[in-house]
Design a protein around this ligand. Sequence first.
Ligand SMILES: O=C(O)CCC(=O)C(=O)O
Ligand SMILES: [Fe+2]
Length: 308
Amino acid sequence: MMSSLDLPVIDLSSTDHLAVARAIRHACEEVGFFYVVNHGVEQQLIGRTFEESKKFFALPEEEKMKLLRKEFRGYSPLYAENLDPSSVAGGDLKESFYIGPLEECDGSTLLNQWPSDAILPSWRETMESYYKAVESTGLKLLRLIAASLDLDEHFFEKSGGPNPFLRLLHYPGDIISSDKEIYGASAHSDYGMITLLATNAVPGLQVCRDKTKQPRTWEDVPHVDGAFIVNIGDMMERWTNCLFRSTLHRVTQSGQDRFSIPFFMDPNRDCIVECLPSCCSKLSPPRFPPINMRDYLREKFLLSYGTY
Ligand SMILES: O=C(O)CCC(=O)C(=O)O
Ligand SMILES: [Fe+2]
């Protein structure tokens, strides 16, 4: 039986920062997922970004293939990625488009790819506005998370130097695979610090709160108008020695066109993530060795895409 999750709701307009930080910490410890409302990103901009995303995915395949993913940026066609390489199924039933940092970061030159203005006028401008607006909300959340862990509020910006990636996702509704093992996005956890996800009203997202229990129990995460769904990623789980949970999630096939827009607040590639001193002790030693974000991503991309 499938049940719906009643996730905590964090109101970012509250001026009681301490109470908000506490509520975020509680959500990160209990589920690793929460809704954020009054986040400061205008609904109109979110709506426009979904519209532009739809326009891109509606282009002929040959047009989209001109922007095929390079250096983690650009178009990734249907079935290219398999988020759960342990499953016997092939790739996930989704297509996507990645947009990396807008300003020089990580020593990389600006490698983003854009559809031409002649084909999709104002597309780039919309994506850049959305990127900046969500990044600003993401930074606010990282400061609150740092405060909730009694760290300097800029801890994650200083040590993680965020290197966020925006990803447009399209799960086509008209391709129904009879293979029950094929998912829009197969079971995975996100790789970075936090993810801010915008969804349309089409259902599909599910979480598994206890990844150690078999068989797995999956619960629906309903769309909430105007809210971002925020979840903890693997790097935050490693920093906090599993105090914060990088929760397993997936997207099922719904038979309807589904669009979503995750914004991954990843640490920069040179960042070394190791257990925070306040999260380990003699009795509770670090569960993971220190890891470099670049090495972690390489391993994940090799497994899910077969290339890095
Ligand atoms: O589309 C969704 O709702 C979730 C996507 C997701 O989990 C991801 O891209 O990491
Ligand atoms: Fe995810």
